[in-house]
Write a protein that binds this ligand. Structure first.
Ligand code: FAD
Length: 278
């Protein structure tokens, strides 16, 4: 049932040697499952540039299919093209093209591109079909969009600029994903839209992050997680049940694959993976 689907893992670039050691150990375990690719995030305005490069360089040295994320906000076109040339030279064929967020207080400003659609167009203009371009999608709406329909229109513009497929922000409502995909299809947006899956391992950090990125944790899940307090074993066990059930429903509903936000930890993702029998 899952043979034609794309399963992938997301990493973030560590800041310390200890973090890199942890990443290398976890990637080698995850890679035994033969994912389609590993992606690696990039801090807007180049804030993680060197660490993203170091992570990408190591993944490539292991012969691993790698999809670097690239944000455009705060960067010049020349810088952006330079990074893409670097990746092309490393035999990379997949990019996750994003706008990024302006971190408050960093002073990142200016930049030549304002939206991910402009980055997608730039990549197509300079690199033709060399890169498979992934873009971000928001089944529960991007938090800064004026409304859901405007966000869908903007998503369509990004796809028409040349995106090949999309990865969603994480969510815990299957209905939101199905509705979003249906609305896309009605507008002639035919690209694969792969759900982003966030394993649940820690309630307070998940709640904080979800507020910031506009992902809803349904009340019944929140209340259960809150009730566990500091009992991290119960949070993990309940989280694995909830997220495995979410993935099963998504795959049964026709999702073209799953993209796991691993947070550089193999175990929570692999528990779900194994229970799904991928
Ligand atoms: P866009 O597609 O440009 O959309 C941003 C907002 O602008 C939306 O509200 C949209 O409706 C609106 N908009 C788009 N086009 C127009 C237009 N022409 N006119 C008016 N409004 C418009 N962030 C990082 O910093 N680094 C990462 O590595 C990273 N990886 C991510 C991976 C995934 C899978 C996802 C889902 C998100 C990731 N993010 C990352 C977060 C992302 O950068 C933020 O969510 C950001 O706020 C929006 O990026 P975008 O590419 O979706 O932007």
């Amino acid at each position: 049932m899952n043979e034609d689907k794309t399963f992938s893992f997301e990493l973030f670039p560590p800041k310390t040697e200890k973090g890199f050691e942890n990443l290398r150990r976890n990637v080698l375990v995850l890679n035994e499952r033969r994912p389609a690719f590993f992606s690696c995030t990039y801090g807007a305005g180049g804030s993680t540039r060197d660490n993203t490069f170091a992570t990408v360089d190591w993944l490539r040295s292991q012969g691993i299919d790698t999809a670097p994320h690239l944000t455009c906000i705060g960067n010049s076109i020349a810088e952006t093209l330079g990074i893409l040339e670097r990746y092309k030279g490393q035999g990379i064929h997949r990019i996750v093209a994003l706008r990024g967020d302006r971190p408050s207080g960093t002073g990142i400003g200016g930049g030549d591109l304002s939206y991910a659609s402009e980055l997608v167009a730039l990549i197509r203009e300079h690199f033709g079909d060399h890169f498979h371009i992934e873009v971000a999608a928001y089944p529960e709406m991007h938090p800064q969009a004026p409304n859901f329909l405007a966000d869908l229109d903007n998503f369509r513009i990004k796809v028409e600029a040349g995106a090949d497929s999309a990865i969603t922000q994480y969510f815990y409502n299957v209905d939101a994903y199905e509705h979003f995909v249906e609305q896309c299809r009605q507008r002639g947006i035919g690209i694969p839209i792969v759900p982003g899956i966030m394993p649940i391992t820690n309630y307070s950090s998940l709640a904080r992050f979800s507020d910031a990125c506009g992902a809803e944790i349904p009340r019944w899940i929140r209340k259960r997680l809150e009730a566990y307090g500091d009992d991290s074993a119960s949070i993990r066990a309940f989280g694995a049940d909830v997220v495995t059930a979410l993935c099963e429903k998504l795959l049964a509903a026709g999702a073209p694959g799953l993209h796991f936000y691993t947070m550089n930890q193999a175990a929570p993702t692999l528990e779900i993976w194994d229970r799904l029998g991928i």
